[in-house]
Design a protein around this ligand. Structure first.
Ligand SMILES: [Zn+2]
Length: 500
């Protein structure tokens, strides 16, 4: 038993079991809204993407956006849910100024997916979170508070929102943070959401309860207003402290909704929780139930892709990559696609190249992209160009420093590496005649240094090699240069000995 035990605080506080569930909302990437043909998108003039349907005028009828339903079924399938053979919509009644109808079209009785699970990486292991359900609903508008007035923009009202409700299988704030980072990657792989938490296209509420081990769930507290995965972790860690403090003191935890306040690093009370019946859910009478047919389900199946964790494990196995390397390469599908495309060009030598390609992508390529505010998808660097550059390096036609220069030039000039090397005169000098000429010139320009080198001063040899590199514009092949220079110094010594 170590001294540390019993002194733990926070997520590791002994004596309580921690149950954390997440409610994640993702904005689906559809062209139009969920129940009308208004544009679903961002950055437009306020209240321009609106019509009688999404403004909740009386007497209008909603029409279901099939693309939104397709994306919802896709997420449900990727989450290993049981997909509904019949799905329908319900009205969730509550008043809020940014919701013009005073009810939200959502799903309560027959959600699109139920009873799934998702595996996600945390630390160097893999954990499982069960999915309670996946349901489709519409987003509300946006309120903008400016001084004494509040303004409302209804452009977002009625855009399709997918809610994913997990079972309370998460055990710490740290796990919740890891889960959300992975989930962002997951929805981006599926091309159903851009996953931007700061802009609110991926939002997360959490519920958390603590209880004595074996006593089941405790009284649930809901947490809102966390717009980054880091805030989700901090809010949950704060709640663990707060609730265990109450329980330690023999008090009970009130069932309520609390807001994360980032300025105070604390959660604060928002409201006592409504029970589900407060929303008076009832079936939406204006929308018929949706029965997915074979063709629809076939289309959904076609869009299922290899998910980030599967891909990470495959890259580790197939190319012998480390966990860190495979994790980095698979966060974005674009990076993983690029990596594999480079190796495909390199073909035969692919195994030996995997770590090299990763190092370039994670190092110099990333630097170039960041400096130019580009991504792999819209940069002049194609997989073919990177592969060619690495082959030139491998064949010894250029060396490392020049290769980095060529990479920059690909970004600057948008040309192939072969062309750039010829055009810039970058090819490595490795034939003995040319090298000898360069070395002899350097020796005759530096008679003092040559004398010292002959006297056996090792560091002077380094200086002379440096001068040769400099005079060749970095193109002299370093090892060959070192050997030839040593030969010339020895030869000079012999000559002098003979003269004596
Ligand atoms: Zn509309």
């Amino acid at each position: 038993m170590s001294m540390k035990e019993g002194k733990q605080t926070g997520a590791g506080r002994p004596g309580y079991e921690i149950y954390i569930g997440l409610e994640i909302h993702i904005q689906l990437l559809t062209r139009t809204k969920a129940f009308c043909s208004c544009r679903a998108g961002y950055g437009d003039e306020p209240n321009t993407n609106v019509c009688p349907v999404c403004l909740g005028y009386p007497g209008v009828l909603p029409a279901l956006n099939e693309e939104a339903v397709k994306q919802a079924y896709l997420v449900a399938a990727a989450l290993n849910c049981q997909s509904a053979a019949l799905t329908s919509f319900d009205r969730k009644n509550y008043f809020y100024p940014d919701m013009p109808k005073n009810y939200q079209i959502s799903q309560f009785y027959r959600p699109i997916g139920t009873g799934g699970y998702i595996d996600y990486p945390v630390d160097s292991g893999i954990r499982k979170v069960r999915i309670h359900d996946v349901h489709l609903e519409e987003d509300a508008g946006k309120m903008i508070h400016a001084g004494d007035v509040s303004l409302i923009d209804y452009n977002r009202a009625g855009t399709p929102l997918l809610e994913i409700v997990t079972e309370p299988d998460i055990k710490s704030g740290e796990q919740a943070e890891a889960f959300l980072r992975y989930f962002r990657s997951f929805v981006r792989y599926l091309s159903v959401c851009n996953g931007n938490m700061e802009e609110g296209s991926l939002r997360c509420d959490a519920n958390i309860s603590l209880n004595r081990p074996g006593a089941g769930l405790g009284r649930k507290v809901e947490l809102k207003n966390m717009n980054s995965s880091r805030f989700v972790r901090l809010a949950l860690e704060h709640e663990v402290e707060r609730q265990s403090g109450l329980l330690d003191a023999g008090e009970t935890v009130a069932q309520e909704t609390r807001l994360w306040n980032e300025n105070r690093d604390a959660t604060i009370l928002m409201r006592k929780k409504e029970a589900a019946h407060d929303y008076r859910y009832f079936p939406e009478p204006d929308l018929p139930a949706f029965y997915p047919d074979e063709k629809f389900l076939g289309q959904v199946k076609q869009q299922l892709v290899e998910l980030p964790l599967e891909r990470r494990l495959r890259l580790q196995q197939e190319y012998g990559l480390s966990i860190e390397a495979a994790a980095y390469l698979t966060i974005e599908r674009e990076t993983a696609d690029f990596f594999e495309a480079v190796l495909k060009v390199l073909q035969g030598g692919a195994e030996g190249f995997a770590a090299t390609v990763y190092n370039w992508l994670n190092g110099d390529v990333m630097k170039e992209l960041n400096n130019r505010n580009l991504s792999l998808g819209n940069s002049p660097l194609s997989p073919k160009r990177l592969a060619d550059l690495l082959l030139l390096l491998e064949e010894g036609r250029i060396h490392g420093k020049i290769a980095k220069k060529v990479l920059s030039l690909i970004f600057e000039r948008d040309r192939d590496p072969e062309f750039l090397i010829a055009d810039e005169g970058f090819e490595q000098i490795s034939d003995d005649n040319s090298l000898r000429k360069l070395i002899e010139k350097v020796c005759s320009d530096n008679p003092e240094a040559l004398k010292q080198a002959r006297a056996g001063e090792k560091k002077v040899l380094g200086y002379l090699i440096g001068q040769v590199m400099k005079s060749s514009g970095g193109r002299a092949e370093p090892q060959r240069t070192r050997n030839l220079l040593a030969e010339i110094i020895d030869a000079d010594e012999e000559k002098e000995e003979k003269a004596r």
